[in-house]
Design a binder for this molecule. Sequence first.
Ligand code: ATP
Ligand code: MG
Length: 180
Amino acid sequence: MQLKSIEIVGFKSFAEKTKIDFPTGLTGIVGPNGSGKSNIAESIRWVLGEQSAKTLRGTKMFDVIFSGSADRKSQNMASVTLTLDNADNYIQSALPEIKVARKLFRNGDSSYFLNEKECRLKDIVNLFMDSGIGQGSLSIISQGNIDAILNSTSEERRTIIESVAGIYKYKQQKMTAQKE
Ligand code: ATP
Ligand code: MG
């Protein structure tokens, strides 16, 4: 499985349509402070279904839409499309190439797409479940996360290790079952 490209329009500092290709190997993104490096990582979290405004360094869901700058007016829509090469079927599905897209309009309309067909957030969450790259996964470590991990209690650290090892999900299921 490989991240092939990402297309961002109207998301955070990306006012204009921006396509970033990720060739094979390691890709480094460099730029001055405030140039949008973290926003790229956040766009990946967002398109995979991140719902928390806090994780996306905002206070409201609409904070992800480009809010205008000195020389550009604000946008009415944020859209992110992620293309993954899944020829090795790492993400168990019949799709050799997976295109995931999310759109959010200022009027509140929101939609998700899987290979250009509208779908539910649940479909995306299910597709990436257990792949280690879905919602809330630790495959993206944001600035500040390292400090949070180093300063966490042993209990919190245990949760992190369990979730990376794939055990946490079962604990959650057990807790839900015990409550029922
Ligand atoms: P650093 O090197 O300091 O970590 P960075 O390259 O990671 O910087 P980001 O945090 O990705 O930078 O980008 C921050 C910029 O994004 C800020 O200038 C901020 O104003 C801009 N920004 C964030 N949300 C929006 C938005 N909704 N509309 C317009 N600009 C936004
Ligand atoms: Mg940053």
